[in-house]
Design a protein around this ligand. Structure first.
Ligand code: FMN
Length: 358
């Protein structure tokens, strides 16, 4: 029997329980992306709240690309000292901390990125941002930027680095034929569309060695012409074969069909919880790489059922930990406790991710 309070390990990384705080852009770095005291205090509440592993909000790996304001940056070495302060605080509180790294492309908030890039030139239907097609030279620069960001994460004492390969940001757009119409080796079948991801993964691995590399990835894009479950299954299997250390299963993007995407609303019945569980369970059965499942977990009973009927190893929570940073501590003493999060999504606030009920 699995229990969320089981202790586990991935390589040398020790997990005090099976809960992971899934990435949430915070909005509390300074304008350039340096760590502030406010950011550290935001994470202190989580680090003292019982969650085993915190994944930071997405951080910018290249100066021109910033999908959100006041996000963390890691695009040069000057960011390492601030990030080291953040990891020190988490470790003093016996909590793992993982840096999520991203290139946002056309899905960022308009007017913040200096240059908007995509697999192919397009206007994003949601953000209306106009993306320029990346040249092969520019792709190489980005591959190097991701791997350098991973090296910096290791130097700043993070426990792992997570590639943001989900939700319609650049890596995910490459895999999505709606956004990727290339006719070179980066476009066409899924092997080609995932080439950008695998080039990043291999460059990152070459740079960080045995340091744990995680990925957050879509089970599908939930849009006409998006990447399918069959294709994403293939990508997850290949990532596993190549040695990725943990795959966090999510789905959708800003242009997905309404309420079929990443941040679903109205999770008011047990049936609506854990909305990517079918794919998560299927892939966990097929590969030995640990799987974490994100999206709509609200009750401990349902979480433990999923852990026990499947090979899923970890459970990721995002909005519930904005509502109650100490939810996992509460679960330690009260297994009947259900998250107070009502999935209203009012935490999606350009000023910073805060629950309006606090
Ligand atoms: C305000 C907000 C910011 C988010 N920022 C990120 C992010 O930086 N990176 C990421 O991978 N997902 C991000 N997400 C998505 C969450 O990690 C998670 O996948 C989603 O909220 C579903 O899980 P939940 O039902 O536990 O909230 C964000 C979600 C919200 C609500």
């Amino acid at each position: 029997m699995k229990n969320i309070f089981d202790k586990t390990e991935i390589k040398n990384m020790k997990f005090k329980n099976r809960t992971i705080r899934s990435a949430i852009w915070e909005g509390f770095s300074d304008e350039k992306g340096y760590v502030t005291d406010e950011l550290i205090e935001f994470y202190r509440k989580l680090a003292t709240g019982g969650v085993g592993t915190i994944i930071t909000g997405f951080s910018s790996v290249i100066e021109y690309d910033r999908p959100a304001g006041n996000m963390i940056s890691v695009y040069d070495d000057s960011f390492i000292p601030g990030l080291t302060k953040l990891t020190k605080m988490a470790h003093e509180n016996e909590t793992n901390i993982v840096l999520q790294i991203v290139v946002g492309g056309s899905q960022g908030r308009p007017g913040i990125s200096k240059k908007v890039v995509g697999p192919s030139a397009h206007t994003n239907p949601m953000t209306k941002q106009i993306a320029e097609e990346l040249s092969k030279e520019e792709i190489k620069v980005l591959v190097e930027a991701f791997s350098e960001a991973g090296r910096r994460a290791k130097e700043a004492n993070f426990d792992a680095v997570q590639l943001h390969g989900a939700h319609g940001y650049l890596i995910s757009q490459f895999m999505n034929p709606f956004y990727n119409k290339r006719t070179d080796e980066y476009g066409g079948n899924i092997e080609n569309r995932s080439r950008f991801l695998f080039e990043i993964y291999r460059a990152l691995r070459a740079k960080v060695g045995e340091f744990p590399i995680f990925i957050k990835i879509n089970c599908e894009d939930f849009m006409d012409m998006g990447a399918t479950q069959e294709e994403m299954f293939w990508v997850c299997k290949k990532l596993s074969e190549e040695g990725i250390d943990l795959i966090e299963i999510s789905g959708g993007n800003a242009t997905s069909r309404i309420n079929e995407g990443v941040i679903r609303t109205k999770i008011n019945t047990v049936e609506k919880e854990a909305y990517f569980k079918e794919f998560g369970m299927k892939i966990a059965k097929e590969i030995s790489t640990p799987i974490s499942l994100v999206g709509g977990h609200r009750s401990l009973k349902n979480i433990e059922d999923i852990l026990n009927i499947s090979d899923i190893s970890y459970i990721s929570l995002a909005r519930p930990l904005l509502r109650e940073a100490d939810l996992v501590k509460q679960w330690e003493v009260n297994s009947e406790k259900v998250s107070k999060c009502i999935s209203c999504n009012k935490c999606l606030n350009p000023k910073g991710s805060i629950c309006i009920f606090l």
